[in-house]
Ligand binder design. Structure first.
Ligand SMILES: [Zn+2]
Length: 427
């Protein structure tokens, strides 16, 4: 079997196109990655060292035909015909400016803001929500499987070749330390519930950089064997911040990222991780939080994220107000008014930038009415009209760039991707 491809080799694709091999751009355990040109466009080609077999081939071919669940996946675009005893598939190339998550772990790249981390977290959950909604499971999510833009948090998930229908196995069990305990213990095959476990591990790591289950328990074993790994990531799995079991706490000097970042996280997020990684939940895969529940948590936190008017640093706003986390600033802000829906709560104070839609796009800003009286104005920074209903039930249109004065009991309707979101202003 010939495993490596020559430059200038040509491969026939199942969709009828031809891929011209340019050069090798990477290699891993399973295969080589080449830059190829198809119909004048450049793509990446993953070529398997060992033919993974017919079932794998047909599944890959079906996934390529069905298309990506969302644009966050570097999804197979077409499969090659079998050649030299093996095959491969082409996928979009990773654009510039994205870094593998392992680079963040090594502190070679850093997120530019909490907002970027929150965006990455929301995008990961949304990608998995759409994948699972199609009846598929990823089966192999780990710290090497995706790229993130450090400024926007935009995320690209690669290695999508182990995606199989829920309940069917790709034959790959996933990467050790990212696999759900029920898979480690051989109780289940990978499915969307075990995906949720791996996803939550990655979510924790996005914020804390360190691994949620690698605290003191792992430090105790400088020489990790398969048997110890099975125990620590299987039957004795213990979250480093477990309330009931403190034996696996992060170690100062080794897990400094976790210690620093955990202290900065809002309580709602800490509580979600604690609940999700508590022993009872670890043992009951079907009770794990859904992607949508995570999205609600992260959206709520993103709504509370404000930039200090004095220094520009980010802090999480709470009902009692906010004290800037920058030690040289310590500026304080409080909000007397809020913009709320059933699930969201956005503070209104002078200079706050508003993102009221489903995405992270700026939709408005708060200003102080010139001439005193502390009246807050909200400016419409979208390209659509807003409808504002006053407490006395008068309907007013606020055009793009226009302002309205904030009053308790007012309702504000904005249209976001065809759907309308109604906020109520409260004190
Ligand atoms: Zn500040």
């Amino acid at each position: 079997m010939r495993t490596e491809l020559n430059n200038n080799a040509t491969l026939l694709l199942k969709d009828g196109n031809v891929a011209h091999v340019n050069n090798i751009i990477g290699s891993g355990g399973q295969g080589f990655v080449y830059s190829v040109t198809v119909d004048g466009e450049e793509y990446a080609l993953k070529w398997y060292k060992q033919n993974p077999g017919n079932v794998f081939y047909e599944n890959l071919q079906k996934n390529a035909e069905d298309g990506a669940p969302s644009s966050s996946f570097l999804w197979p675009k077409a499969v090659t015909k079998v050649r030299y005893g093996s095959f491969g598939y082409i996928m979009p190339l990773k654009p510039e400016g994205y870094y593998e998550f392992s680079q963040y772990r090594l502190a070679k790249v850093r997120f530019s803001s909490f907002r970027a981390i929150l965006n990455a977290a929301i995008e990961l959950c949304e990608a998995f929500r759409l994948l699972h909604a199609k009846g598929l499971s990823f089966q192999d999510l780990n710290d090497g499987g995706f790229f993130i833009h450090p400024d926007t948090g935009h995320l690209l998930i690669c290695d999508c070749d182990n995606v199989f229908p829920h309940g069917e196995s790709s034959g790959v069990l996933g990467k050790a330390r990212y696999i759900a305990p029920e898979i480690v213990l051989g109780k289940n095959m990978p499915n969307s519930y075990s995906d949720r476990f791996s996803m939550t591990v990655i979510l924790f790591m996005l914020f804390c950089i360190d691994h949620p289950f690698e605290g003191m328990n792992v430090v105790r074993y400088p020489c990790m064997t398969e048997e110890i790994e099975r125990r620590l990531f299987g039957e004795q799995l213990c979250f480093m911040y477990d309330d009931a079991d403190t034996r696996n706490r992060p170690v100062r000097g080794i897990h400094s990222n976790a210690i620093t970042m955990w202290n900065l996280l809002p309580d709602v997020l800490k509580d979600s991780f604690k609940l999700e990684f508590a022993k009872a939940k670890l043992d009951a895969p079907e009770t794990r939080m859904t992607e949508m529940q995570w999205i609600d948590v992260f959206t709520g936190i993103r709504d509370s994220l404000v930039e200090c008017p004095l220094c520009g640093d980010e802090s999480f706003f709470r009902r009692i107000g906010v004290v800037c986390i920058n030690r040289n600033c310590r500026g304080t802000s409080t909000a007397e008014m809020w913009m709320e829906t059933e699930s969201r709560s956005i503070p209104l104070f002078n200079n706050n930038i508003l993102r009221m839609g489903k995405s992270d796009a700026v939709t408005g800003r708060v200003a102080l009415k010139p001439g005193g009286n502390n009246i807050l104005l909200v400016q419409n920074l979208t390209t659509h009209d807003w409808r504002v209903i006053t407490p006395s039930n008068k309907s007013v249109t606020v055009a793009p760039r226009g302002f309205f004065p904030v009053k308790d009991g007012m309702k504000v309707e904005l249209t976001d991707n065809e759907s309308t979101i109604t906020y109520t202003i409260t004190h």
